[in-house]
Design a binder for this molecule. Structure first.
Ligand SMILES: CC(C)(COP(=O)(O)OP(=O)(O)OC[C@H]1O[C@@H](n2cnc3c(N)ncnc32)[C@H](O)[C@@H]1OP(=O)(O)O)[C@@H](O)C(=O)NCCC(=O)NCCS
Length: 296
């Protein structure tokens, strides 16, 4: 077995291996490329693979943010497990981080462009490996929620009528809305959310709905950018909250997913769990821990 630095030509094999091991959502080459070779916080020599007999049998993907090397996804083919391959990958990752002056490493969600919000709690082998490697966790869980689109009530007609009475319109964003939506995301939320809003340009139709009051975008909701069928991020300007805007945006996104034939929508790295349960009947269905380690 040989640890290698992944190349763009490895992408087709990498997608297959990621699906077999660590990532169940639909993932195409463009989406994987956006999170790896085209992602600004990726250092190419920290995208690792393991080859045996010419076959890609393991991988470890990462980003470097705020001076930390963060593992975003890793896996070893089921036929090649318990042979130390993941250990070799993680040690190579540590060595290369150390050589670049990065002493803090992690395996946790890091936006924009994450795969999972952390290491899913059902992944015992991965968690055992990280604990063996002396990673620490605060055991604070992050969660994804799931909406059954076949049964959810997605009707927004009366809510939209009430909002129209207040001069608020909800619609799919046009190219002209992008700059003001990004401004809203940055001013009231984060730079990560701004980048995720920007990312909608990769998709058609634009997976972004906005609420507009006069000329101003006062709320937004995005889907597909953090993963196929994933809702978020979403945000309403603080002074415009508790009017039902977020709920309509959420349902408009869900309507798109239902119309294209999806039967579930995931709310990824969900914040206000009660909001999603009350408004659209979402249920928690994945939970994650984050892991951190100081290299010495
Ligand atoms: C986690 C995973 C990558 C480990 O790969 P691997 O090459 O088999 O790991 P290693 O052989 O290097 O194992 C190193 C240590 O991890 C722990 N470990 C690995 N598999 C384990 C298992 N099934 N049960 C318990 N501990 C396990 C052990 O401590 C092991 O040391 P040991 O063999 O001396 O007991 C692999 O099981 C996998 O691909 N799982 C699915 C993908 C996944 O969950 N990825 C994380 C999502 S981000």
């Amino acid at each position: 077995m040989q640890v290698i630095t992944l190349q763009e030509s490895d992408l087709p094999e990498l997608i297959e291996l990621a699906h077999t091991t660590a990532y169940e959502r639909p993932l195409n080459e463009a989406a994987l490329r956006a999170r790896t070779f085209d992602e600004i916080s990726v250092r190419r020599d920290l995208l690792l693979g393991a080859r045996e007999d010419g076959r890609l049998v393991g991988f470890l993907l990462s980003v470097v943010r705020e001076n930390r090397g963060i593992i975003t996804l890793f896996g070893v083919h089921p036929d090649y497990r318990r042979r130390g391959i993941a250990t070799d990958l993680i040690h190579t990752f540590h060595e290369r981080c150390w050589a670049q002056g990065l002493t803090q490493v992690a395996a946790e969600g890091s936006g924009p462009g994450y795969f999972w919000p952390g290491v899913e709690l059902c992944r015992s082998a991965a968690i055992s490996l990280l604990m063996k490697e002396d990673y620490e966790t605060d055991r604070n869980a992050r969660v994804d929620m799931r909406v059954d689109l076949d049964s959810a009530d997605l009707d927004t007609a009366s809510a939209e009528e009430a909002l129209a009475g207040q001069g608020i319109a909800i619609r799919r964003a046009t190219a002209d809305d992008l700059a003001s939506t990004k401004g809203l995301a940055l001013q009231f939320f984060s730079r990560g959310w701004l980048l995720e809003v920007e990312d909608v340009q990769r998709f058609s139709p634009t997976p972004l709905y906005v609420a507009v009051h006069g000329d101003e975008v006062i709320a937004f909701a995005v889907y597909d950018v953090t993963g196929y069928g994933c809702f978020g991020p979403t945000g309403t300007r603080p002074d415009m909250r508790r009017r039902g805007i977020g709920s309509v945006l959420l349902k408009r996104c869900a309507q798109d997913l239902r119309a294209r034939g999806d039967s579930i929508m995931e709310i990824c790295w969900a914040g206000p769990v009660n909001f999603y349960t009350n408004e659209i009947g979402a249920q928690i269905h994945r939970a994650y821990w984050g892991f951190r380690k100081t290299l010495t």
